[in-house]
Design a protein around this ligand. Structure first.
Ligand code: UD1
Ligand code: CA
Length: 477
């Protein structure tokens, strides 16, 4: 959009959150509130996007490092919304056009509604166009006061409102389109005589009214879009709305959610058709799940890619990893970052992978740790196999070539290589490479002491019969 400048206010502390974290960094749908607002703003392709930061400015700035074109303005101290907007004046010296102001704590606003607001604003050639909605519970919001002819005369904040004003159910969304020319001059005349002693941006309405400037409104039919987050309860409410929308879209696209109320799926997650998601599953971040998969209860998958027809059994955790088609995982499997499991492989219970590649059709079925390992195709990793990849200072690689067989309860002390088709005998501590086609066996030799049990028993009986011993007691076992 030509000549549209977006300003997002995000300097407030969010006192009502009772949090050490600045309010706009609290998350819904896996993204901080401010990120939702910036996404909607970016979709408009405005001329510029600026953000006013203040409370915990550096942590907000750091969290937004992924937005290279964002202009930051610091408001210090934070004296109210009018004061916050005032801080952007120098960015717009000599500029004309429209300033679209958004609040960092109103995360559900759609780009479509913002476009409509700007269109209405331009059509009416207004100095200010407000976004409003009529709600059942106006508590906490500024109320839109209109005269008999329907013109907006002022906005009154809840704390400053008279009882009849509090009864008004049309609320201010805190989102405005301003004509740039008169804006900053008018902001200078905002005073702070109100219940909070702050400079309220909303006072601009009464000021413009006195100046006989055109004030327009766009009343949204769906008031959900303008919910502002001021408390943890509102955070949970909006988080629930985002989840419901995500789940509804997934189901409409052919995904089965056995219990949508307990499916925690972030908005950017993609899932193929006919995949079945059991209760209490968490799919987060940029996760992609193929089609025809079955994801069982208690599983959490973060920033990972899962192929088609994969079965993930209960309580499996997968982070920053790739799983190819037809793999079976879990229950209780753990894929840590940098792991990759090829087609038709099998990872069973209590198996942990870290930075490990498991080749096509390979199996690690029970109680195993594979770290910094490259495992070829068709390898059998026996129960209780451990790669000893860490010497206390450095991590070392383990390589197991195609078709190798690692007997149960073996330790592979890295760096080490098990050659193609080689065998490792069960219970081995392998410290040297095993060449392909060989058997590596590295364990204490077994000796059987013949007649040991009988001799032991006889010795106990003799001892019990000695004078002074308590002969009534049966021999201890
Ligand atoms: C504000 C509006 C209210 C509206 C509501 C909608 C005012 C005076 N009131 O109230 O009419 O119904 O939003 O959600 O504008 N901020 C700063 N610097 C400051 C103060 C606030 O950057 O000095 C930022 C906050 O970080 C927040 C936004 O401005 O992102 C709104 O501030 P907040 O204190 O939440 O205003 P509300 O009381 O919700
Ligand atoms: Ca607010």
């Amino acid at each position: 959009m030509q000549n549209v400048h977006v300003v997002v206010l995000a300097a407030g502390k969010g006192t009502r959150m009772k949090s050490a974290l600045p309010k706009v960094l609290h998350s819904i749908g896996g993204q901080p509130l401010i990120e939702h607002v910036l996404r909607a703003a970016s979709r408009l392709q405005p001329t510029s996007i600026s953000i006013v930061i203040g409370h915990a400015a550096e942590s907000v700035r750091a969290r937004l490092s992924g937005h290279p074109d964002l202009r930051f303005v610091v408001q210090e101290p934070q004296l109210g919304t009018a004061h916050a907007l005032m801080q952007t004046e120098r960015l717009f010296a000599g500029a004309s056009g429209t300033l679209l102001m958004l609040s960092g704590d109103v995360p559900l606003l759609s780009a479509a509604s913002l476009s409509r607001l700007i269109a209405v604003h331009h059509e009416a050639a207004a100095s200010l166009t407000l976004l409003t909605a009529v709600v059942d519970q106006p508590h906490g919001y500024g109320r839109i006061v209109r005269s008999g002819d329907g013109q907006v005369t002022k906005i009154v904040e809840e704390r400053d409102a008279a009882p009849d004003e509090r009864a008004i159910r049309e609320i201010n969304a805190g989102v405005y389109a301003f004509a740039l020319e008169p804006l900053f001059e008018a902001l200078r005349s905002v005073a702070s005589q109100n219940a909070q002693g702050e400079y309220y941006l909303t006072d601009l309405v009464a000021i413009y009214r006195r100046q006989r400037r055109a004030i327009g409104t766009l009343r949204l039919n769906d008031p959900i879009e303008i919910i502002g987050i001021n408390s943890r309860a509102e955070l949970a409410e909006v988080g629930g709305i985002v989840r419901q929308r995500t789940n509804a879209a997934l189901m409409a696209a052919g995904v089965t959610l056995m219990d949508p109320a307990s499916a925690y799926i972030d908005p950017d997650v993609q899932i193929g058709v006919d995949t079945v998601i059991h209760p209490n599953v968490y799919l987060e971040g940029r996760t992609q799940v193929g089609s025809g998969c079955e994801i069982h209860a208690g599983t959490r998958i973060v920033d990972s890619t899962i192929g088609d027809r994969v079965v993930v059994l209960n309580y499996t955790m997968i982070t920053e990893s790739t799983v190819a088609a037809d793999v079976r995982l879990g229950p209780f499997a753990h894929l840590r970052p940098g792991s990759s499991v090829a087609e038709s492989a099998h990872i069973g219970n209590f198996v942990e992978l870290k930075k490990t590649t498991l080749g096509r059709g390979s199996k690690a079925s029970h109680l195993t740790y594979l770290g910094d390992a490259t495992i070829g195709e068709g390898v059998n990793v026996g129960a209780g196999t451990i790669t000893c990849n860490y010497d206390g200072v450095h991590k070392h690689p383990t390589i197991v070539e195609d078709g190798a067989f690692i007997g149960s309860d073996s330790q592979l002390v890295a760096p080490v290589r098990i050659g193609k088709g080689a065998y490792v005998a069960a219970g081995s501590s392998i410290v040297e490479d095993v060449p392909s086609g060989s058997l590596g066996i590295a364990r204490g030799r077994q000796t059987n002491v013949e007649g040991w049990v009988e001799r032991k028993r006889a010795a106990r009986t003799r001892k019990a019969a000695e004078p002074g011993s308590d002969s009534a007691a049966p021999p201890k076992r």
